[in-house]
Design a protein around this ligand. Structure first.
Ligand code: ATP
Length: 256
């Protein structure tokens, strides 16, 4: 890693960037993943690089869905594999969900590398290597495991692409996404849209699972019943606008 010191105002963001570059060097992350990260960084800056309250509400609803699911799957791509391997493994462990590698730019070698990387971070079984079913999509994200994403009732897909998200929803699945762009097709299609950085979102979800796991099924269902995804997306947009307005005023720029 380069000499980034903790007093740098963009410290977390720059460390995240370094991890993605390392992911590319290790053959885990695709070059296109670097560009996706850049887009995420821009939205995170506009959001204020923090978890907003509505995102925390979405994260709690996501945990409730996962804890009530019969076959919950956490989909892992090259970006999340590089950025948050420990958190993916922890979340799978405490919720009972299984990890499945699923890639847009798929090669057997990269699936294998990500699988081994997750195992080195403590994962047990990692699905995705069989690829024995296809979703009705024209790209490689269509390739899934029958016992995993294909038959899952709840799928957590951090950093999704809009096409697959839509397909999974059409198949009747509950789809939870983490995407810093509240207006992406992914965000607008999901059952639960978490507008937060994946690095913060997964840490929060691990903590919320610890808090909620002992609760009754009814209490988890009540969290789901009270959840309003349209409101969460609306609030993310409003929060971005407010953050920009405050920033502008702080710097003496008039907000018109
Ligand atoms: P869609 O197909 O849904 O319209 P897209 O084409 O806008 O998606 P992609 O380039 O496929 O987007 O994926 C990148 C998405 O992931 C962007 O919306 C970006 O904001 C988001 N993103 C990137 N890095 C992160 C991160 N660390 N945490 C959360 N979201 C991120």
């Amino acid at each position: 890693m380069t000499g980034i010191t903790k007093d740098h105002p963009r410290y977390e963001s720059l460390i995240t960037r370094e991890k993605i570059v390392e992911g590319v060097n290790m053959g885990i992350t695709s070059k296109q993943g670097l560009v996706a990260q850049g887009r995420g960084e821009a939205f995170d800056y506009i959001l204020g690089e923090k978890t907003i309250e509505s995102a925390a509400i979405a994260e709690r609803a996501a945990v409730a869905y996962i804890l009530l699911a019969k076959n919950p799957i956490i989909s892992v791509n090259g970006n999340t594999g590089a950025l948050v391997p420990d958190q993916l493994v922890s979340l799978a462990d405490i919720t009972g969900a299984r990890l499945e590698v699923n890639l847009f730019h798929r090669s057997d070698a990269r699936v294998h590398k990500i699988t081994e990387h997750l195992k080195a971070h403590g994962a047990g079984v990692v699905l995705g290597g069989k690829g024995d079913k296809r979703l009705d999509l024209s790209h490689d994200r269509a390739i899934v495991d029958e016992e995993g994403i294909f038959s899952a009732d709840v799928v957590l897909v951090p950093l999704e692409d809009g096409d697959r998200c839509q397909k999974l929803v059409e198949m009747g699945k509950t789809v939870i996404t983490i995407d810093l762009n509240p207006l992406s097709r992914t965000s607008l299609t999901s059952t639960v849209t978490i507008v937060d950085n994946v690095t913060r979102a997964l840490n929060n979800m691990i903590q919320f699972t610890k808090d909620m796991k002992g609760g009754s099924k009814d209490s988890l269902q009540a969290v789901i019943d009270a959840y309003d995804n349209d409101r969460v997306i609306s609030d993310a947009l409003y929060s971005m606008q407010e953050h920009l307005k405050n920033k502008a005023e702080e710097k003496g720029i008039t907000w018109i």
